[in-house]
Design a protein around this ligand. Structure first.
Ligand code: FAD
Ligand code: NAI
Length: 328
């Protein structure tokens, strides 16, 4: 049997790379520190149903991603979401319809990455802390001190700040990745027993601590106990309030929501807050993926491209392409 390739990170970038490698006849072994796949596309189970707290929807501009989306749609893993969109600027709320096609995983965002992981071997709850090369092969160490391997190659598909220490065996690569900064996002979900009196299903926000609102149950296939909303704070607000307690974040963002949504907002019957420390890259890069082909170690993720779902998927494809090219 061939020695497998280690993939660190079961977000869409890692799963995209894994899929392309398996399709080319390689064996992969996936590691993720969370309880399941999805990363920033995962959905959180809650008493109000599953909620998309990270990625809200995605667009497809690259023809390769468009074609992949058509397959996912045919298999029932994604559906189009055409929300009643608004724009809030300087306290003024106005409808903001457009022609953009937007996609979501169905019946929740995390369903797509669940489908993508297929039956690939994966270990969850495993935080990789060190990646090192023996004489011929790679090995991984995890936070519990356990060793995993051997692996012929390594694909590191985690946010740049988390990738840097894992790339220490390739110092030049690690130095480039260390230069990528990522911004946080505080996300809050609120549930109301009685539906709010608004037609709004999504809203782009300016001049507020918030930059996005979504009525979660307006997405296709969602089942929820009440009227559930997801609010995202801006990078600036999130950075300034990074260590605030969850309760205080909920209070602030509930207040900001009530100020701009244009209808009465009662106290929620359900609320939760989630802090995404590495939500989005602070700048844009056009790397596709990075790697040291001679050593056999690669890095990919949204931060190598557009900082969006599409960019993450394309980056995983590019990492796999480069790895396979070097094997030939
Ligand atoms: P991730 O999804 O972050 O996957 C990395 C994985 O690596 C994670 O599962 C993590 O647990 C794991 N990991 C990290 N370190 C280790 C380690 N040491 N050992 C093992 N495992 C590890 N994009 C859009 O296109 N549209 C949107 O509307 C949108 N909204 C967003 C809203 C928020 C609040 C956030 C946070 C992101 C949003 N994005 C959106 C961005 C989108 O979610 C990301 O671009 C995409 O999901 C990134 O995928 P990835 O595979 O590169 O990284
Ligand atoms: P898109 O094309 O829908 O939106 C891109 C941007 O264009 C929006 O952020 C918004 O500013 C503007 N826009 C689009 N349609 C609009 C409308 N009808 N009215 C007013 N403004 C409109 O989606 P794309 O390019 O796929 O981007 C994904 C979204 O994910 C963006 O909104 C981005 O901000 C968000 N995102 C959020 C992250 C976070 O951590 N909060 C991380 C990464 C992406």
């Amino acid at each position: 049997m061939t020695v497998p390739i280690a993939i660190i990170g079961a977000g869409i970038a890692g799963l995209s790379a894994a899929g392309a490698l398996v399709k080319a006849g390689q064996r992969v072994h996936i590691f993720d520190k969370s309880r399941g796949p999805g990363g920033r596309m995962s959905s959180k189970r809650s008493e109000a149903g599953s909620l998309d707290l990270g990625a809200q929807y995605f667009t497809a501009r690259d023809r390769r991603f468009v074609s992949q989306l058509q397959s996912w749609q045919a298999e029932g893993h994604v559906a189009e979401w055409a929300p009643m969109l608004f724009n809030a600027k300087a306290g003024q709320l106005s409808p903001s319809p457009d022609e953009q096609t937007r996609w979501v995983g169905t019946p929740r965002m995390g369903a797509l990455t669940r489908a993508m992981i297929s039956d690939f071997p994966a270990v969850y709850g495993c935080r990789v802390t060190e990646v090192f090369r023996g004489k011929d092969y790679w090995h991984l160490l995890d936070g519990e001190g356990a060793s995993h391997g051997p692996f012929s190659q390594v694909v590191c598909a985690v946010p740049a700040p988390q990738a840097t220490p894992l790339l220490a065996a390739a110092p030049k690569l690690a130095a480039v990745v260390a230069g990528v900064k990522m911004d946080p996002t505080w996300a809050v979900a609120l549930g109301f027993d009685t539906p709010l009196d608004t037609r709004m299903q999504g809203c782009f926000v300016q001049d507020s601590p918030l930059d996005w609102l979504a009525r979660d149950r307006s997405k296709p296939g969602r089942v929820s106990a009440g009227d559930t909303w997801v609010l995202h704070a801006t990078s600036e607000w999130s950075r300034e309030h990074i260590d605030l307690s969850r309760e205080a974040v909920i209070e602030h963002l509930h207040g900001a929501f009530a100020e701009l949504v244009g209808c009465a907002v009662p106290m929620p019957s359900f609320a939760l807050a989630h802090r995404w420390l590495y939500a989005r890259p602070a700048g844009n890069h056009e790397w596709g993926a990075l790697g040291d082909a001679d050593l056999g170690i690669y890095a990919c993720g949204d931060w190598c491209l557009s900082g969006r779902v599409e960019g993450a998927w394309l980056s995983g494809q590019e990492a796999a392409r480069r790895l396979l090219e070097h094997l030939q």
